[in-house]
Design a protein around this ligand. Structure first.
Ligand SMILES: NC(=O)c1ccc[n+]([C@@H]2O[C@H](COP(=O)([O-])OP(=O)(O)OC[C@H]3O[C@@H](n4cnc5c(N)ncnc54)[C@H](OP(=O)(O)O)[C@@H]3O)[C@@H](O)[C@H]2O)c1
Length: 368
């Protein structure tokens, strides 16, 4: 039986790679719906090739060859066995909730969903018996290593360190958009690439890991590992460490998430060879240079609406940086400024989450 899948964000970096995986495993999948944002030209090429029944675009009138459905309608269609949520930003949250309520498993790339509403999403998934399989390479690694979370002492999340790992604070201050987008290891969408340059991405991942694996922040460690070979590890209570390793390729975690619990040969870009890896480096993050990481830990620990505020302010500031309106360090300065002004809501409901997110975004944009 073919697994029926829909992809939200099919025109993005994760979405395109997911389609490469599916093309390779075409006897295993049937695509129900593809959803892009503004790039309808690419979406239509994908529709012509993969022939989904339904499609979503921000420009519905431009869709050719599939019936338009909203993201929510796609996620309410119970013919789906699994939905890959690979849109960027806050747009992923509501469709994910809808899919969970419809009892459909989720392959989750969109980390913002758990940062904004992990306290709602994870208990709901448990209640509905829905699997949430992480696509993020670090969380996918941990998912592969964990047998029993109650025996885990610590999660060890690796970070490549991004393009500014070996640059000074002075050099970072004047970094151009092009320099910040020049990630040494991963070819990703623009928002996540800028987050990787400030290490906010790692901060978001720490919060994501806390929710996914139900583990305290004091038991999550970030280690800089520039080669991106060890994708993350866990330490068991007996001191044994289990790591997942491999060449840096998003095809592997994407394939793992959408075929879970089965495994297939699929796309293996190049075989991994221990003897070809000269050495692996690990170091502590520079907390002074990458303040985003400590801000994210603090917001995660304090919880409530703080991660929502942090995420919304960060996303708006990243867009402002990409548009050349602010400097790289202004991103984190903006996040700090918004957090200082924010009145924390202890346990926001879903509608409060959207309200807070919206309000923070409006106030953040007023700063630029
Ligand atoms: N890229 C990676 O290697 C990677 C790794 C781990 C986790 N992630 C996470 O995966 C998510 C996607 O990342 P990405 O790098 O693939 O981003 P991306 O390349 O920017 O793609 C984003 C996708 O979302 C769509 N989209 C954006 N705004 C939308 C809206 N308002 N309505 C509907 N669709 C919208 C885009 O459509 P258009 O392009 O058509 O406008 C595109 O298909 C992010 O949450 C990121 O943190 C990515």
């Amino acid at each position: 039986m073919k697994r029926k899948i829909s992809i939200l964000g099919s025109t993005g970096s994760i979405g395109r790679q997911a389609l490469e995986v599916i093309e390779k495993l075409n006897d295993k999948f049937e695509i129900i719906a593809l959803a892009g944002g503004n790039n309808t030209e690419l979406l239509n090429q994908q529709i012509a090739k993969f022939k989904p029944k339904y499609a979503f675009s921000n420009k519905p009138n431009e869709i050719i060859g599939a019936k338009y459905l909203s993201l929510d309608e796609i996620c309410a269609d119970t013919t789906n066995d699994i939905i890959l949520v690979a849109v960027s930003g806050k747009i992923g949250l509501q469709p994910t909730i809808t899919a969970i309520n419809s009892g459909i498993d989720i392959a989750l790339a969109n980390k913002e969903t758990l940062v904004m509403a992990g306290d709602i999403v994870m208990p709901l998934a448990k209640e509905k018996g829905v699997n949430i399989i992480p696509v993020d390479s670090e969380h996918c690694a941990i998912h592969q290593c964990i047998k029993d979370i109650t025996q885990v002492e610590k999660l060890i999340i690796t970070a490549s360190g991004g393009p500014f790992l070996n640059k000074s604070i002075e050099e970072m201050k004047n970094a151009t958009v092009e320099e910040a987008l020049a990630h040494p290891r991963w070819d990703m969408g623009r928002k996540i690439t800028i987050d990787s340059s400030t290490l906010m991405n790692k901060g978001l991942e720490v919060i994501e890991a806390h929710h996914l694996f139900n583990i305290g922040y004091e038991n999550i460690e970030v280690v800089v590992h520039p080669q991106s070979i060890v994708h993350s590890a866990i330490e068991y209570v007996d001191g044994s460490i289990v790591a997942q390793i491999g060449l840096p390729s998003m095809h592997i975690p994407i394939q793992y998430a959408i075929t879970y619990p089965e495994r297939f040969e699929g796309i293996k870009s190049k075989s991994f060879s221990f003897s070809e890896i000269a050495h692996l480096d690990f170091e502590k993050p520079d907390w002074n240079k990458f303040k985003a990481l400590s801000i994210a830990y603090e917001c995660g620990k304090q919880g409530g609406s703080l991660p929502i505020c942090m995420n919304a302010a960060n996303e708006e500031a990243v867009f402002a940086f990409l548009e050349g309106k602010i400097k790289l360090f202004d991103i984190i300065n903006t996040v700090e400024k918004m957090l200082e002004k924010h009145n924390k809501v202890q346990a926001p409901t879903l509608s409060e989450i959207f309200e807070i997110d919206n309000e923070i975004r409006i106030k953040t944009r007023e700063l630029f």
